[in-house]
Write a protein that binds this ligand. Structure first.
Ligand SMILES: [Zn+2]
Length: 166
């Protein structure tokens, strides 16, 4: 077990953050509560923020406006600053979709299709371009659905596709 101790200019201990290092070099935070998706959060300057953001600013300085801290290691409880990178929140969403972390289609605000539509697409025998025109999305979106790369949590024929929860 390790502990990061953040000291204020006057020598007062500001934060104590405990973690252990796993075999991939991730610093797994153990001292703070995590949000629903597994990211530890910390109170700083009166705000309850992702700990990755706090650690980034303590290590590298202020985060430019509009950017978010992303995990290169895809390990939500990790607070190793070497495993962080900055990106836009759009990058972060695409990254998460790529890694299947975001599996609750309809709850996600960038969705265009409803679960009902996706089920209809999955059952349809029409081609991706025809379906894309029908539902107003790119044919590549249809292909991803058909190949079960997105919307994997949707049940068809009574079976759930297994999804990784990270
Ligand atoms: Zn890590």
């Amino acid at each position: 077990m390790w502990c990061l101790i953040i000291i204020m200019p006057k020598g007062r201990i500001h934060k104590k953050i405990q973690f252990y290092e796993d075999n991939k070099g991730c610093w797994i935070n153990t001292s703070h509560a995590r949000n629903q998706t597994g990211y530890p959060r910390i109170t700083w300057k009166g705000k309850y923020i992702p700990m990755s953001r706090y650690i980034w600013e303590k290590n590298y300085g202020k985060i430019p406006e509009g950017l978010v801290v992303m995990h290169k290691c895809d390990n939500p409880p990790c607070i190793n600053p070497l495993h962080f990178k900055l990106g836009t929140s759009k990058d972060n969403t695409q990254d998460a979709v790529k890694k299947n972390r975001m599996c609750h289609g309809e709850k996600h605000k960038h969705h265009k299709l409803t679960e009902k539509e996706v089920l209809a697409i999955l059952k349809s025998n029409e081609g991706p371009r025809a379906l894309g025109r029908k539902y107003g999305v790119e044919h590549t979106t249809i292909m991803k659905i058909k190949k079960r790369k997105t919307w994997k949590h949707l049940k068809i024929n009574g079976l759930y596709n297994k999804i990784s929860t990270g």
